[in-house]
Structures are given as structure tokens and as C-alpha cells.
Design a protein around this ligand. Sequence first.
Ligand code: PLP
Ligand code: COI
Length: 379
Amino acid sequence: MTDTLADSRTSSRVFTEGVPLVVDGGSRRSAAERAEVLADPGFGRFFTDNMFVARYRTGQGWYDARLTPYAPLQVDPSMATLHYAQSIFEGLKAYAQPDGSVATFRPEANAARFVRSAKRLAMPPVPEEAFIAAVDALVDADRDWVPTGADQTLYLRPYQMASEPFLGVRPAREYLFLVIASPAGAYFPRGVQPVSVYVSEDYVRASPGGTGDVKCAGNYAASLLAQEQAGEAGCDQVVWLDATEKRYVEEMGGMNLFFVLGSGDDAELITPELTGTLLPGITRASLIALAEEMGHRVTERKFGVDEWRRGVADGTVTETFACGTAAVITPVGEVKARTGDFVVGDGTPGPLTMRLREALLDIQHGRVADTHGWLHRVG
Ligand code: PLP
Ligand code: COI
């Protein structure tokens, strides 16, 4: 990075207007220690040498932005987020490019969603360019941690939480915004193998007027019991239905879903429409664009479990896959539901699933021209 991480000092960078970015990070681990981690990073287990932290106080705005060594936070036991979950996050990745540079994928889309999440949780938004500056600063500082192995990436986790020590129930007056980075291999240990899913009929992820269309921590806490239930039923993941009729498929765990109708050049895709209870995934939006460019019709509409089951039985639904930043594209195989189990495909990833996966990964890893302007070079 241009600003060395030697001494605590103000770099030439700013976080946001009037807020300098102080750099007091450094390299903690040797090249050998780093290589050992990067040889088999898994997902979300290891973190880079540095992190980004900024603070916010009502009346003062954002202040004290710094790139600093990755370390535990010291928090007050009464910190609001620990009690009332006023907390949001994002997930995006940095990719090693063939020319030795590093790029993130559509960070402006994550920045915009982070603003929407903040507003929904009554939090002061991080300005979009400040979000990108913070992510860039961390990736630049820890660029040696961006893995270069096949399909390996540096997973980035920006998050914001209420940090005010106060037990009253109201929007906090103090916040922390952090970015941490974690070298990542495959999200699912078995790689690109179809996952089995359990359709949750006991629990819902999101309801109209709730927080399903933003990325707040509470959504994930509320999903864990259903995920556990899926595990008990022998399934890898949970599939959520709409809260009102418990009929329409919404999402799978932390991923959006696509259904393939037909095959070959005429194959069509259906993905659940954004009703306000689904997360508008950036991977979802990217795949809609890529599929349409390949000549496939993509329809965003409600899609029922019944239609899914019937379509599989009569051969019209040929593939199903889930997509998201962490897991990219994952085929769905076996489906378990109270109303009857069924299996999509033959136990191998479907052809359109794999074609879209390759097309997306080729762009992200810089193996084909980035005609959409989706890559953002860092440093
Ligand atoms: N749905 C949920 C609930 C998620 O947590 C995620 C992950 O971010 C997604 C969908 C996919 O979104 P994206 O493609 O932006 O990662
Ligand atoms: C992501 O795909 O980035 C997610 O946030 C999903 C999950 C790891 C929470």
C-alpha cells in the first residue's frame, strides 16, 4: 500500500469528508504463517493482520477512522447491540487478478445495501464512498492475504453496531463501523455438489414489514433453529417460505434461489420476486444479467413449493440452484418437505447452473473481459 503501516500517523487517505484515515496497523505474521493459512483457509476461520474501525457519535458524526491491527474489541457490557441487536453487516470478496492486481466485485452495490440496512435499523448510514474507502484500505493493507489458489478469495465483512452503553430501547447515539477480512476457500466443504434442503414449515425468516430485505444480524439469529431442524432432518440447508401463505419459496439459508425450466438454449430461469421479505442479492442481480445475455429468459415471480414439486415430477423444472457471495452458486438436489420429498436432477450439478457459475467466476477472477464494469481495482 502507498501509506506504509509503520507508525501511527494520518495517511493521505480520508474515510469520509473531514475524517482522516489513521494508519497504525502492521504485519503480524510471517510469510510462512500466512502460507500455512492460505493453503487451506476454509470459510470464516482465519482473519488477516489488520482491521478497519471508525466511530460515530450523534452530534459529532463519524470520527476516529483507523486501520489498525486485528484485535479483540473491548466493549461495555451494557453496549446496546448486545441487548437489542441494532447491528447490520455486508459480505463481499476481493479477487486476485491475473495481472497481479486485486479487485472487489460490485462494492458500490454492497455500499448501497449497507445504507438501506442502516436506515431500516434506525442507524446513521456510512456514506457509500466511505464504505468503499474503508474496504479498499483494508484490502490494500492486507493484499498479501488475498489467496491465489483456484476459486480462493478474500472474504470481506463490513459491519456496523450500536456501541452506546445504554439499556433504554431507542436508536443508540454511538456506533462502530468495522471491516474485517478472512481468506476463503469453498463455503460448502463438499465443493460444488448438490445440497439437500429442508423446507421450513414451522418457522419463517421474514414477514411483510419486517427486516427480510436488509442484512441485519437478527435475521440470522432467528434462522438458526430452522437450520438446526434441517440438519436433524439430514439436510444441509433450510429453504424459507413466505410468512403469509407458507406456499411460495423465498430463499435458501443465506442465498437466493433460481429454478431452471427446460434445457439447452431455450432454458428459462425463474427466481422469486423481491417482495420485500427477500434479500436483494448482488449475485442474484448479476446472474439475471448474465443469463439474459446468454439468451435465457429470466422471470422474477412468485414460485410455489407445489409448482417446484410438480415441475420436477413432469420434467419441466430441470435444475435448481442457490446463489450468494459466500457460496457463489450451489446446486440444490434433494428437497424435503412435509408435503412430500423430491429430488431435482440426477445428483450432479445441472449444465446451466455450471455455465452461469463459470461465467460469474470468470468475470470475478479476471479471466474474461469485465464488460459490465463490475470489478473495482484496489490500490
Ligand atoms: N439471501 C440472504 C439471506 C443472504 O444472507 C445473502 C448473502 O449475502 C444472500 C441472499 C445473497 O446475497 P449476495 O448475493 O448479495 O451475497
Ligand atoms: C454472504 O454470502 O456474504 C453472506 O453474507 C451469507 C452468509 C455467510 C451470512
